[in-house]
Design a binder for this molecule. Sequence first.
Ligand SMILES: N[C@@H](CCC(=O)N[C@@H](CS)C(=O)NCC(=O)O)C(=O)O
Length: 210
Amino acid sequence: MKLYTFPPAPSPQRVHIFIQEKGIEIDTEFVDMMKAEQLAAEYKAINPRATVPALVLDDGTVIAEVVAICRYLEVTYPDTPLLGSSAREQALVCEWDHRLEMECMSAIAEALRNKGEAFKHRALPGALDLEQIPELVPRGKKRIAAFFEVLDTQLSANQYIAGDHFSFADITAFVAVNFSAWVKMKVPEELVHLNRWHAEIAKRPGVAIQ
Ligand SMILES: N[C@@H](CCC(=O)N[C@@H](CS)C(=O)NCC(=O)O)C(=O)O
C-alpha cells in the first residue's frame, strides 16, 4: 500500500501521528500542496476529490478520508489500539473524533479559507470552484473558542479526550489545537485542563511530525 500525503497539512498530520503511535511503516509519496500538486491531473487520477491524504491499497482500492484510512490501519495492525478496545471506548472515540471534525476542524477551515488570495475560489478543500464568504471568518473563530471550552470541560474530568486512554480522538484534538494557530487562535491560559493535556500530548514521541 502507499500513502499519498503532505505532512504539514492538518488532515495528513492526523494519519502520520496515527502511524507513528502504532509504530508501523507505510510507503509514502509526497503531494506538495505548496505547488498545488493535489490539483494536478496526475494526482486527480488517483484521488479525483483532489484532497490529501489518500491511501492506495495493493489491489488498487483508494481510501481518501482520514477516519477511513485510520480504521483500515487499525484493523490491519490491531496492536496498540487507537480507536478504542471495548464497545464503549470505541463509541466514545468515534463520538469525540466526529465532534472534533464537525465542530472544530471545520470551524478552523471556515475561518482560514474564507479570506485571502491563497484560498480565492477554493473556500472548501477539493477541486470545486467555491467563492469565499467573509462572514464565515468571525463565525468560525467564535465556534473554535466555544469548542476549546468544551474540550477543557471534558479534560477536567478525563486524562484523555475519550477517557482513560490515548486515542485517535487525542490525535485529532491535538492537530486541531495546533491548526487553530493558522487563524491566530490559541488556547486561553485559563483553560488549564486543555493546556495541561496539550503539554502532555506534545511530549509523546509518536506525536512529533517527522
Ligand atoms: N475529509 C477529508 C479532508 C481532507 C482535506 O481537507 N485535506 C486537505 C489538506 S488538510 C486538502 O487536501 N486540501 C486540498 C486543498 O486545499 O486544495 C479527510 O478527512 O481526509
